[in-house]
Design a protein around this ligand. Structure first.
Ligand code: FAD
Ligand code: SIN
Length: 536
């Protein structure tokens, strides 16, 4: 069955919701999410949104911190754009009802600004330690009541719709007309046809065994764009968050960097501190440095975790500043006001993604990518903490502006497009194969393509992923699609893109550290790593 709207938005995190609300001012919007619309990385964001809002701060300082964290690979023009356009969009968020925490002390009319690694100033607006949920709840409420927005949950996009006659054209000559989508509950595939398609599918954390990301983060947008011919950039730069809760019963729970911003100290299990040996900013050094330092200490000592100690702060302060973290830890028997929190690094954020221009436009006409799925040039080789929600907001707005402009100029009628056909595919009776391959990919990525990399480990990972990809490819064509199979196929492709990008970069920079090339080589490698279908 074919369904039409002016805009098709794939993803319901901050990027997708913001785009949808803006685009709906002039057109009809269908927004899809593969689980409940509110289930997204955005929903779990804790620390907040980085933006210049105090007199003691300046755009120049935020730009400098972003460039330094990004190991000089960021695009200065984009960095300036995001940082200067962010504050007015945050004002708009507030106007729409998002409530950021206000200072309780001397200046009750000012926002309480948080501090995180790599920031030279306090500049992070937050809603206690559940900033993402506050944003999602407010934007979701607006979108769900909007007469021109249709929200569809449990709908997973499989592939982008490109007219068959365009398939062999250069990406810039191809047009995207929407996506094939599986209605998971009805088990039917539909063509969602649209003059503008927006990928807002988030990150790829589930490619690793240990991650802070929710289950939706399987890199679908990157995989779909790559298959359609768009360029993918900088996939080697996978950010590991230094402090995820280490507990057998905690599935991917983050301990915000804001805890270190409020004085939390990283310690070894015997209580000694170590970050002062690694960086002058100590526990608040940029994330890549802190994660590497922890990984190094764990390997050196054979310990399974380090600890984060904030017990020296007043218990009332801890409970009111970090209610979510306090409650979650307490439910697992850890009282963070009284005892240090066991933590380990875990895959957290994908700095690379679908390459876009300053309006979020990909290589393929009518196809935009916004939020974590995109590579805009803001993060370079390592994202500065809390710059991601900011980037998603600015690029979703820019993409909405550009596509609304284009909508007025370009009124090409929708072409005839082929409906989805399943060919000779049958129901799978071997779903164990899917979970086994999924597990193997995540293990091999965690073992061989993690915080410290080497030529040998990367080559081994490449051999394994090539073999697995062959198996998955066969399986995909023989059996009817399910959401698990769609995600497995995407995870395998994303893993391959990460490994190949890591093999390509023959230096260490930001989040990519290869023990065989430990030095940063600006002359040869101060450039993006770009892959596209057919490059190899
Ligand atoms: P997401 O919010 O991840 O949304 C993705 C959406 O796409 C979901 O609705 C999903 O269902 C949908 N989707 C995916 N694939 C498909 C498909 N094939 N078909 C249909 N739908 C699909 N950043 C900050 O700046 N500050 C923070 O404090 C912060 N804290 C974080 C804490 C945690 C625990 C995590 C995991 C991340 C944090 N980040 C933070 C990063 C930030 O939250 C994310 O980068 C950002 O929210 C991504 O937003 P998004 O809209 O691009 O994607
Ligand atoms: C955190 O709260 O530590 C997460 C912030 C981020 O990922 O930007």
């Amino acid at each position: 069955m074919r369904q039409e709207s002016d805009f098709l938005v794939i993803g319901g995190g901050i990027a997708g919701l913001w785009f949808a609300i803006q685009a709906a001012q002039q057109g009809t919007v269908t927004l899809l999410a593969k689980k409940d619309v509110r289930e997204s990385s955005t929903n779990y964001a804790q620390g907040g949104i980085a933006a210049v809002s105090s007199k003691e701060d300046s755009f120049e300082e935020h730009v400098r911190d972003t460039m330094v964290a990004g190991a000089d690979l960021g695009n200065l023009e984009i960095v300036r754009t995001v940082i200067s356009e962010g504050p007015s969009l945050i004002e708009e968020l507030i106007r729409l009802g998002v409530e950021f925490t206000i200072r309780k002390d001397k200046k009750p009319d000012e926002f309480d600004l948080g501090l995180e690694g790599g920031h030279s100033k306090r500049r992070i607006l937050h809603a206690s330690d559940f900033t993402g949920k506050e944003i999602v709840d407010k934007l979701y409420a607006i979108a769900s009541e909007h007469p021109r927005i249709r929200l569809l949950d449990y709908h997973i996009a499989i592939d982008l719709l490109v007219h068959p006659r365009d398939r062999n054209l250069a990406p810039s000559e191809k047009k995207c007309w929407g996506a094939y989508v599986l209605d998971i509950q009805k088990n039917e595939v539909h063509s969602f046809v649209s003059a503008t398609t927006v990928l807002a599918t988030g990150g790829t954390g589930k490619v690793y065994l240990y991650t802070s990301n929710p289950d939706i983060a399987t890199g679908d947008g990157v995989a779909m764009s790559y298959r359609a011919g768009a360029r993918i950039a900088n996939m080697e730069f996978i950010q590991f968050h230094p402090t995820c809760l280490y507990h057998p019963k905690a599935k991917s729970f983050l301990i915000s960097e804001a805890v270190r911003g409020e004085g939390g100290i990283l310690k070894l299990k015997d209580g000694t501190t170590f970050m002062e040996n690694y960086h002058p900013q100590g526990c608040l050094a940029p994330r890549d440095i802190v994660a590497r330092a922890i990984d190094n200490e764990l390997k050196r000592r054979g310990d399974e975790c380090v600890t984060l100690d904030i017990t020296h702060r007043d218990p009332d302060f801890i409970r009111s500043r970090f209610p979510n973290i306090h409650r979650q830890c307490l439910s697992l028997g850890i009282d963070i006001t009284q005892e240090p929190i066991p933590v380990v690094p875990a895959a957290h954020y994908t700095c690379g993604g679908v390459l876009v221009d300053a309006s979020g436009q990909t290589d393929i006409r009518n196809l935009y990518a916004v939020g974590e799925v995109a590579c805009t040039g803001l993060h370079g080789a390592n994202r500065l903490a809390s710059n991601s929600l900011l980037e998603a907001l600015v690029f979703a707005q820019r993409a909405a502006d550009a596509s609304l402009r284009r909508m007025k100029e370009d009124e090409e009628p929708y072409p005839r497009l082929k409906d989805w056909t399943s060919g000779h595919a049958v129901d799978s009776d071997e779903s164990i194969v899917v979970s086994h391959n999924w597990d193997e990919i995540r293990r091999l990525m965690s073992n061989y393509v993690s915080i410290f990399r080497s030529n040998k480990r990367l080559e081994r990972a490449k051999r394994r992923i090539d073999a697995l990809t062959g198996e998955i490819h066969q399986y995909y064509w023989d059996f009817l699609v399910t959401s698990d199979l769609i995600e497995l196929r995407n995870l395998a492709l994303v893993a391959d893109l990460i490994i190949t990008s890591a093999i390509t970069r023959k230096e260490s920079r930001g989040l990519h550290y290869n023990i065989n090339y430990p030095v940063t080589d600006d002359e040869a490698w101060k450039r993006d790593t770009i892959l596209w279908r057919g490059y190899r």
